[in-house]
Design a protein around this ligand. Structure first.
Ligand code: NAD
Length: 298
C-alpha cells in the first residue's frame, strides 16, 4: 500500500480518492475549497490546510483540478508539487487539460527528476463512485506501468495511449464525441416530447435502438429516465457547463491546429457558452437541452 497525495477533491476527486482509501492506501488530500475537503474526509481522506503538508511523505501524487492553468499552478508554482514532493514520487495528472500544457508538465517534471504521466479519465461521477473509469495514460512505459497499478481500484479500464500528452489527446476527442451525442439527446428529447411521445417509452426505444449512446444512458436530460442524470436533481452539476465549455474549447483549438473541420462541435460549444452567458456555468452541461425548446422550458 502507498502514501498518496491527492490534490483537487471536487466532483471527481472525492469519489475517486475514496476508492483508493477503501483499497487500503493512505490518502493525504488538499483542495482550495474547505467544503470539498469536508466531503473527501467522509470518504476517509486525511486533509491538510496546505499543499505542502499534504505532500509530506508522498510516494504518489494524483491531481484532479479543473483546467490546464490549475495543473500548471499545482505542479510548477513556488510551493507546488515539483518544488515540494519527494523526488521519487510518481506524478499522475488526471485533470482534463490541453496537450501542450501536458507536454510542458512532462518536460518540467522530467527536468526536476520526477516520473510523470498524463492520465485523464472518462466515466463521469457515476464511474468515479463505482471505480469503473477509463484511464487514458500517456508517457514512458515504466511510469505508465506503475500508474496503471495505482489507479486500478478506480478503473474499469486502463489504456496506455502512447507518448507524453497522448492521454489528453484521446480524452479531448472522446469528450467532443460525448458532447455531440449529448446535443443529439437534447434535441431528440425535446422533439420527442413535442411530438407527444411518452418520455419513458421513447427513452426505452432509443436505448434498444440505433439512437443509443453513453449520453443517453447516463446524462439523458429528462428526469426519471436514468439514475445518474443531473436532470433528476434540477440539473445540479455532475459535469458543470463551465468544464464542458473548457473541454469543447480544447477540441476546437485542436481542430484549428490540425486543420480539421468540426461544425457539430462548434454548435455544441455555442450551447455551452449560452449556459455560461445565462449565468448557469455551475449547472450541469446537460441543461443545454433547454435551448432546443422554443420557449426554453424542458
Ligand atoms: P470540480 O470543479 O468539481 O473539482 C475541481 C477541484 O479542484 C475543486 O474542488 C477546486 O477547488 C480544486 N482546485 C482547483 N485549483 C486547485 C489548486 N490550485 N489546489 C488545490 N485544489 C484546487 O471539477 P471535477 O468535475 O471534479 O473535474 C475535475 C477534472 O476532471 C476536470 O479537468 C474535468 O474536466 C475532469 N473530468 C470531470 C468529469 C465529471 O464528470 N465531472 C469526468 C471526467 C473528467
Amino acid at each position: 500500500m502507498s502514501t498518496i497525495t491527492w490534490i483537487g477533491l471536487g466532483h471527481m476527486g472525492a469519489p475517486m480518492s475514496a476508492n483508493l482509501v477503501a483499497t487500503g492506501h493512505e490518502v493525504r488530500g488538499f483542495d482550495l475549497s474547505e467544503a470539498a475537503m469536508a466531503t473527501a474526509r467522509e470518504g476517509g481522506v486525511q486533509t491538510f490546510t496546505t499543499m505542502a503538508e499534504a505532500l509530506d511523505g508522498a510516494e504518489v501524487v494524483i491531481t484532479m483540478v479543473p483546467k490546464g492553468e490549475h495543473s500548471r499552478a499545482v505542479y510548477l508554482g513556488e510551493n507546488g508539487v515539483l518544488a515540494l514532493a519527494p523526488r521519487d514520487a510518481l506524478l499522475i495528472d488526471s485533470s482534463t487539460i490541453d496537450v501542450a500544457t501536458a507536454e510542458d508538465l512532462h518536460r518540467a517534471a522530467s527536468e526536476a527528476g520526477f516520473a510523470f504521466v498524463d492520465a485523464p479519465v472518462s466515466g463521469g461521477i457515476s464511474g468515479a463512485a463505482a471505480g469503473s473509469l477509463t484511464f487514458m495514460i500517456g508517457g514512458e512505459d515504466e511510469p505508465v506501468r506503475r500508474a496503471a497499478e495505482i489507479v486500478e481500484p478506480m478503473a474499469g479500464r486502463v489504456v496506455h495511449t502512447g507518448a507524453a500528452g497522448s492521454g489528453q489527446a484521446a480524452k479531448i476527442v472522446n469528450n467532443m464525441m460525448l458532447f455531440i451525442c449529448l446535443e443529439a439527446c437534447s434535441e431528440g428529447s425535446v422533439l420527442a416530447d413535442r411530438l407527444g411521445l411518452d418520455p419513458k417509452v421513447f427513452w426505452e426505444i432509443a436505448s434498444a435502438s440505433s439512437g443509443n449512446s453513453w449520453a443517453l444512458q447516463t446524462w439523458y436530460p429528462v428526469p426519471g429516465m436514468t439514475d445518474s442524470a443531473a436532470a433528476n436533481n434540477n440539473f445540479d452539476a455532475t459535469f458543470s457547463a463551465a468544464l464542458a465549455t473548457k473541454d469543447i474549447g480544447l477540441a476546437l483549438a485542436a481542430g484549428e491546429q490540425t486543420g480539421v473541420n468540426l461544425p457539430a462541435a462548434e454548435v455544441v460549444a455555442q450551447r455551452f457558452q449560452q449556459l455560461v452567458t445565462d449565468g448557469l456555468a455551475d449547472k450541469d452541461c446537460s441543461l443545454i437541452a433547454k435551448y432546443a425548446a422554443p420557449d426554453g422550458t424542458i
